[in-house]
Design a protein around this ligand. Structure first.
Ligand code: P6P
Length: 335
């Protein structure tokens, strides 16, 4: 029987054997994983834990916050602030950055997260998740840490991942040498390696988009979806299936598991906004995971990871997944 490899052993080997990650980054990722385990327990309690429903407050995005949004955010802040590997954190749920208090040692990493993505699905017991991204504090620049330090392209990430709270609780991670998946063994309380070197097939017959927005899309997206809907009698010569979970973590997890294309494109409902999803907390971490698994992630014009953010809560269009399918929608050819 093959030995079970825990997340800790996997990360120690990335540090020691592959010399790929320094110990501070390993420790940071272990703390994030432990925080996700705590969030998973809170999510799994549901109504029994009194954690459902709204918190009667709005986040910086103007979205009504769920109690679990706030709980997850607090769990991540409290777990990560004292360890000495972080300079600051940024969350989809908080307007500004959270600088590690002076009573704790400051580190060189910046942690960004969407503490509970897809929280509109909490009450209906559909998979949700935590998305995280790790950057290094820029070498140059003034002492201390500012919002400006976070405004780095997604290609600067040193680690990225998500934890999906579904039928299983699974942590999916990249530190730049492929994508690995770890399933939570609740009896042991540890994440166990269950997939390594994840690969997305270049072609697919499955697309994920919120079809109710069809009348608002730009023509290239409308044309692409129409061709998929035309099936084998149409120009694509094959039938397509459609999925839309409305939790990005669930749709991306399906694509990492069996291929597919995910689209949340610009639409004319908010013409001055490039898209609904957030660059720093959703598109960048998910885009890197998709690329590390052999897929492509663009905003319809350029590689997601090349976009220079101007603001912490910047939004973006997202088209990602199976290489040949994404390139078909946008005419974008990965370099
Ligand atoms: P819609 C969740 O709120 C989210 O940010 C992503 O996880 C998800 O893909 C998308 O929004 C769902 O948006 O408009 O279909 O509810």
């Amino acid at each position: 029987m093959t030995a079970k490899i825990s997340l800790t052993r996997y990360l120690v080997e990335k540090q020691r054997v592959d010399n790929l990650i320094p110990s501070d980054l390993r420790l940071l990722l272990e703390v994030v994983a432990r925080a996700c385990k705590s969030i998973s327990h809170a999510v799994n309690k549901g109504a029994l834990g009194g954690v459902l429903g709204t918190a009667h407050s709005e986040n910086v995005q103007g979205e009504v916050q769920k109690k679990l949004d706030i709980i997850a955010n607090e769990v991540l802040i409290e777990a990560n602030e004292w360890g000495g590997h972080l300079a600051a954190m940024a969350s989809e749920e908080m307007e500004g950055i959270y600088v590690v208090p002076n009573r704790y040692p400051q580190g060189e990493y910046l942690l960004l997260f969407d503490p509970l993505d897809g929280s509109s699905n909490i009450e209906v017991n559909v998979s949700i998740g935590t998305i995280f991204s790790v950057l290094k504090k820029p070498e140059a620049g003034s002492p201390g840490v500012s919002e400006q330090d976070f405004l780095q392209c997604g290609s600067k990430q040193v680690a990225a991942g998500y934890c999906i709270y579904g039928a299983q609780t699974t942590l999916v991670l990249t530190v730049g040498d492929g994508v690995a998946m770890f399933t939570l063994d609740r009896e042991q309380g540890s994440f166990i390696l269950t997939e390594e070197d994840v690969r997305i097939p270049d072609d697919t017959k499955e697309f994920a988009i919120n079809m109710s927005n069809m009348r608002h899309w730009a023509p290239p997206v409308k044309r692409y979806i129409d061709e998929c809907l035309a099936g084998k009698e149409g120009p694509r010569g094959k039938d397509f299936n459609m999925r839309w979970v409305a939790s990005m973590v669930a749709d991306v997890h399906r694509i990492l598991t069996r291929g597919g294309i995910f689209l949340y494109p610009w639409d004319q409902r908010e013409p001055d906004k490039p898209g609904k999803l957030r660059l720093m907390y959703e598109a960048n971490p998910m885009g890197w995971l998709i690329e590390q698994a052999g897929g492509v992630a663009t905003n319809g014009r350029e590689r997601i990871l090349d976009i220079q953010p101007a603001r912490l809560h910047e939004r973006v269009s997202v088209i990602l997944g199976s290489k040949n399918e994404v390139e078909r929608v946008t005419g974008y050819h990965a370099t």
